[in-house]
Unconditional design. Sequence first.
Length: 282
Amino acid sequence: MTITPSQLQQYREQGYVAMPGFFSDREVAAMGRELARLQRDGLLRNVATESDGTTTAQAVQNLQICPLSPHSELFRALPFCPQVIAAVRDCLGDPIQQHLDQIFLKPAGHGAGTAWHQDNAYFEIADPTQGVGMWVALHDATVANGTMQVIPGIYRESLKHARDTGSNHHIRCYPNEDKAVPVELQAGGALFFNYGVPHCTKANTTAKPRAGLALHFLRAGINTRSNNKPLGPILTGPHASDGTREWGVRVAGTWEQEVARMLAPAVTAPAPHHDSTRTTNE
């Protein structure tokens, strides 16, 4: 899937574009199985607090895993997926580099949202259009379950941010929400927005959980406030990495393989053969 000229125009003018059906049903199923595995392994942590920025909330949960790649070979391979690289290249140009990856899960009935913010308030790059967030709906994302919301067209305004006391590490801003646009997507749809676009998610009070995968990309070589932390692989250009430099193994080209592996039936050991002719005291 590629961004159409009209979609690209919207991205450049408003700072965001939604692409329904970006991933296939098969890919969505694989990501869902991996999310379930990450949950079973206890790798998602509640970052919502009791409005004091410190004490873990008991009544609500906003579950996060960040960074994601060290814990998942499937999600580690996703940024190398050709349609991901093509879409990010359309938004940023070349060369591009993975910046960050994470998942947020809002449990059924008591899932807390993530407050309004601009990604560039965290990363502080000189030009917010040189970074792009990619948000993937891992479940159907609707207004009812707190889908992503964006405010178009004001991405060059640097809004004032303060500590979000409803989270153990987030910051937030207080934009005028009159022009906020909720982005509803079926599972597998993707939203692209530059680092200056104010965005948030709302609470999930429905009977089903809702999760979103968030990846961030930069024009390679861009300086950020987090440059003291390792960035992800360079995905295009003369210094592109196939993942070996970062992970010790080749990751590029393994997305389909990882999807197939995730969907393969579990192999169970055969039951031990019992010979009824043998006595128990041999």
